[in-house]
Design a protein around this ligand. Structure first.
Ligand code: BTN
Length: 324
């Protein structure tokens, strides 16, 4: 038996046609009863398999739930997502990842959950993470960059995710500084970077990524309905969450490699190309009070350079911007 051939690959290779039980049992070198048991196992995982006497079996549906069986063959990366843990429910994937990081997990480790009960966002807010509808995940980075440059990774994450979503969904996605992804001024995704440092040295970064993929209007509380939207609601079609995770890992790894080789300049250029913040007058709510002006560009560490009305430039490192 060829160990790389599984029942699922045989059914997939048939592209929706029937494969006879006899052919399956011959190719897998197992009994017909064993084939039937494997069919039941796949069905229990959410695959829909039609069985017709004398014709055999054919695959007519795939699980809507996330599974490593679906994800792993789709990964094209070297390390990102290769160490991966998938949970049904966690408090926050950030906390699970941090524990793994403290135990020495390698760069690229990914924690995914179908549901978060304590999902958190930036600025101490909570993050809506209902079961089975979104992509709630955390990625571990162990970058060799000086602590003050960590915000560069925030921007890198936004570009990577923007490109990944753009590959799957035909929507115009804009990045609001630093890393909110918007469609028609409504938020579809958020990124939360949490870092651990020691003696001014960055030990690791947990990149928390939330994509509201397949939420329906009724999933959102009233107060979020005009501010947030899911990819499914915006595009009219459900999104393949597994494909999205795989695309995100690929884009992330590619940009991270570029960043390590060439520094922040190419990332900055990509971020600026996707930005819906630059060039638009805004009132930024900073911890030091409101700043009114026109965001012009990014500085070398990822801060936002804002041209004030008196012509001077102020760089902002933490702020809440209006949706544009
Ligand atoms: C934001 O406020 O825009 C950031 C939201 C980040 C949400 C993600 S979901 C996966 C990860 N786990 C969390 O608790 N938060 C992040």
């Amino acid at each position: 038996m060829n160990p790389s051939i599984t029942l699922l690959t045989l059914l997939e290779q048939a592209s929706g046609d029937f494969v006879s039980g006899e052919e399956i049992s011959r190719k897998l070198n197992v009994s017909r009863t064993a084939v039937w048991k494997q069919i039941r196992k796949l069905e229990a995982e959410g695959y829909v398999i039609e069985a017709v006497p004398r014709l055999g079996y054919r695959l007519t549906g795939r699980p809507s739930r996330l599974s490593l069986r679906e994800l792993l063959p789709k990964l094209t990366t070297r390390s990102f997502g290769r160490h991966v843990k998938l949970y049904e429910e966690v408090g926050s994937t950030q906390d699970v990842l941090r524990e793994l990081a403290e135990e020495g997990a390698p760069e690229g480790t990914l924690v995914i959950a179908e549901c978060q009960t304590q999902g958190r966002g930036r600025m101490g807010r909570s993050w809506l993470s209902p079961p089975g509808k979104g992509v709630w995940m955390s990625l571990l980075l162990r970058p060799q960059v000086p602590l003050p440059l960590t915000p560069q990774l925030t921007l890198l994450a936004a570009v990577a995710l923007c490109r990944a979503i753009g590959r799957l969904v035909p929507l115009r996605i804009g990045i609001k500084w630093p890393n909110d992804l918007l469609v028609n001024s409504r938020k579809i995704s958020g990124i939360l970077l949490e870092s651990a440092a020691e003696d001014e040295r960055l030990r690791y970064v947990a990149v928390g990524i939330g994509v509201s993929a397949n939420l329906d209007e009724e999933d959102y509380p009233e107060e979020l309905r005009d501010k947030a939207v899911s990819l499914k609601m915006a595009s009219g079609r459900p999104v393949d969450r597994t494909g999205l995770i795989a695309a995100a890992m690929e884009e992330f790894e590619r940009l991270y490699d570029l960043y390590r080789e060439e520094g922040f300049a190419p990332i900055r250029a990509l971020w600026e190309a996707h930005s819906v913040t630059l060039g638009r007058p805004a009132v930024l709510r900073t911890p030091q009070g409101p700043v009114e002006g026109v965001p012009e560009s990014l500085d070398d560490s990822g801060g936002l350079r804002v041209r004030l009305h008196d012509g001077s430039v102020r760089t902002v490192y933490s702020a809440e911007l209006p949706a544009t």
